[in-house]
Design a protein around this ligand. Structure first.
Ligand code: HEM
Ligand SMILES: *[C@@H]1O[C@H](CO)[C@@H](O)[C@H](O)[C@H]1NC(C)=O
Ligand SMILES: *[C@@H]1O[C@H](CO)[C@@H](O)[C@H](O)[C@H]1NC(C)=O
Ligand SMILES: *[C@@H]1O[C@H](CO)[C@@H](O)[C@H](O)[C@H]1NC(C)=O
Ligand SMILES: *[C@@H]1O[C@H](CO)[C@@H](O)[C@H](O)[C@H]1NC(C)=O
Ligand SMILES: *[C@@H]1O[C@H](CO)[C@@H](O)[C@H](O)[C@H]1NC(C)=O
Length: 557
């Protein structure tokens, strides 16, 4: 019996896969957690290409296609607590390429986020995202600490005030984006993305950068080139890596290439402008933009070093080079844009679906928010704890990331809980441990109303209404911004922006669900609630049927 020669590579491929699977299965058995066997994984690039073409696999008889579900990077978002109920809070996905430990057990989550040196974020896109220079995302260990030191000082109360002002001023433009009184979620998201990008660039760059003007020597506006790059990140990365003559590229890609170099020039100009300010301009100033603040922190660091070396001490510089400044400025935009816009896109329809929640938040807004000049960040923002609770609850039920991953640099113990009790397993170096975000956020630890949308869970009220405070309920883990030293540096930024936008909108409008023909108000809300649960991952959380929901903004004043 002779196999046709052409099928030989296929046979070899399958044999190699089977050997890989057996090898990984043996390793997984030694670790000792429940196992899910997968013939392919989202870690296989070829599978990600093939996967969308084979949706029927999931529906094969006798459940033999069970594995298909686990081969999508965003699977935890659809899984919720299903697999955790079957197998417990920790298990292993075993595929021919790799083993991946999945956990939602709080002590394990705590352990891997607490120690950024032993548990590093595995190289996935880190280096690829360093289009303009090394940055917070692309580095680890001591290098990362250097980046964190300078960038961390950029997210200070002065820049937060700027976020507050900018977001409040522009929040209405998101509603006016389409000029339509009723908006579906596709419209809504587009408007909020424009808003979020506007706030980010306004706060990231200095005040002399006009975001919506083609400055002399430029071919695109800053906002134009940046939004084109962000919406086509992967094509941009490829363009930076592969050198192809312009003539061979389609028109759109040529434009993108121009955007990539335009954005670099904008950053270079802004950095140059800041550096030309004399040292005396820095004295006592902390900078109003992220860029200014970083350059000032750099300068302060340099002066400290000079001072110390003049005293004969030697310390290591935590100074960032220009290209590292560019690298960080770019990833602030990248990491901050879809996440914040997406969270607002979920929060607004949730308010329409839960009118009692909306009343509760609006009550606070009416008591504290105003559109007049008195609306200062320092005075008003801290009072809007219900708006903040709305953000935490929105991110609890619709987190932007389905899984957060770390891998140990050397073998590490990991706390686990098994049917026979609490213990720990040894994770071999390099093995990915993935935190199942939805299983953490829908854990029964949140209480019997875990399935409900209820921002009130984050508010403690001491008897009189005035002393309300925001707290995360005890024993609950909220990891939408991660925990530990690699906490999202834009956490407060996104909170201030979200609160400003929501407060401003609720001050002026009531949000209602648009009814379909013959539908009652209640039926429409129920429909919207189901729709909001039907989400999937594509860069961040998205609704599967965004056009089936429409909301309306009814002026209140
Ligand atoms: C709702 C809004 C946001 C959410 C839910 C969010 C969530 C996250 C998460 C989960 C991570 C960690 C990923 C990991 O460790 O695997 C992260 C990292 C990061 N975020 Fe955010 N983020 C938000 C907004 C922002 C904003 C507005 C900015 C910047 C202005 C920002 C900048 C960053 C950066 C630079 C990192 C990398 C930090 C590091 O690795 O040290 N994020 N964010
Ligand atoms: C961690 O940092 C080191 C040195 O800075 C680098 O060589 C290594 O590739 C990084 N690893 C990952 C996974 O980013
Ligand atoms: C920015 O440029 C636009 C278009 O040229 C102009 O309308 C706007 O007034 C400028 N804004 C500032 C702050 O200079
Ligand atoms: C709405 O109800 C009316 C009367 O019951 C019926 O004639 C009509 O077909 C219904 N329309 C839809 C779209 O269901
Ligand atoms: C995911 O997003 C990209 C670009 O943002 C889009 O081209 C693609 O169609 C989306 N995929 C799905 C399955 O929605
Ligand atoms: C949603 O809005 C977009 C933009 O206005 C429009 O193209 C699309 O047809 C709308 N979808 C539905 C179902 O109305």
């Amino acid at each position: 019996m002779l196999l046709p020669l052409a099928s030989l590579p296929v046979v070899v491929f399958i044999l190699l896969r089977v050997c890989g699977l057996i090898r990984n299965y043996r390793i997984a058995r030694k670790i000792g957690l429940p196992i899910i066997l997968l013939p392919a994984s989202f870690e296989d690039p070829w599978w990600n290409v093939l996967r969308p073409l084979l949706p029927w696999v999931e529906h094969l008889p006798f459940g033999i296609g069970y594995w298909y579900f686990y081969t999508d990077l965003g699977w935890p978002m659809r899984d919720g607590t299903k697999t955790t109920y079957q197998l417990g809070e920790n298990f292993i996905l075993v595929s021919p390429t790799c083993n991946q430990i999945v956990t939602s057990y709080p002590p394990a989550v705590d352990a891997i986020f607490k120690d950024h040196r032993r548990w590093i974020r595995p190289e996935a896109f880190g280096q690829l995202l360093a289009i303009y220079g090394q940055n917070l995302i692309s580095t680890n260990g001591t290098e990362w600490q250097r980046h964190r030191k300078i960038t961390g000082s950029a997210f200070n109360e002065i820049t937060m005030r700027r976020v507050w002002e900018k977001a409040g001023q522009t929040s209405i433009t998101a509603l006016e984006y389409t000029d339509k009184p009723e908006q579906n979620m596709t419209d809504m998201r587009a408007g909020l993305e424009v808003l979020a990008l506007g706030v980010l660039t306004a706060v990231a760059f200095d005040q002399d950068t006009n975001l919506s003007k083609i400055s002399s020597g430029h071919r695109q506006t800053l906002i134009e080139c940046l939004s084109l790059i962000l919406k086509n990140v992967f094509v941009s990365i490829a363009l930076v890596k592969i050198k192809v003559p312009d003539k061979l590229l389609p028109k759109f890609v040529q434009r993108l290439k121009v955007s990539i170099s335009e954005f670099r020039i904008y950053m270079e100009e802004a950095v140059l402008r800041q550096k030309q300010l004399s040292a005396s301009d820095y004295q006592g100033s902390r900078g109003k933009s992220l860029l200014e603040a970083m350059i000032i922190a750099n300068e302060v660091n340099r002066q400290d070093l000079e001072l110390q070396s003049s005293h004969g001490k030697s310390t290591k510089s935590s100074h960032l080079t220009d290209s590292e400044l560019y690298g960080n400025l770019f990833i602030f935009n990248l990491a901050g844009f879809e996440t914040t816009a997406g969270t607002m896109t979920f929060a607004l329809p949730y308010l329409a679906a839960y009118p009692d929640v909306q009343d509760w938040v609006t009550q606070e807004v009416d008591a504290s928010y105003t559109t007049s000049k008195d609306n200062s960040y320092e005075e008003v923002y801290p009072k809007l704890v219900r708006c903040l609770a709305l953000m935490y609850e929105t991110l609890r039920v619709a987190s932007t990331a389905p899984q957060l991953v770390r891998a140990p640099v050397i073998d590490q113990p990991l706390p686990v809980v098994l049917s026979k009790g609490i213990g720990s397993v040894i994770v071999p170096a390099g093995t990915i441990v993935s935190v199942h975000v939805d299983a953490v956020h829908y854990s029964p630890r949140w209480g019997p109303d875990v399935e409900e949308f209820n921002p009130k869970r984050f508010i403690t009220s001491t008897r009189n209404d005035e002393d309300e405070a925001f707290v995360i309920p005890t024993d609950c883990m909220h990891i939408a911004w991660v925990l530990g030293p690699r906490l999202c540096p834009g956490k407060k930024f996104s909170q201030v922006e979200f609160v400003a936008v929501i407060a401003h909108i609720l001050f002026l409008y009531r949000i209602e669900v648009v009814r379909k023909t013959n539908e009652s108000e209640n039926e429409a809300r129920t429909r919207l609630r189901y729709l909001l649960r039907d989400k999937y991952f594509n860069g961040s959380a998205h609704l599967r049927r965004p056009d089936d929901a429409q909301i309306r903004f009814v002026p209140r004043r």
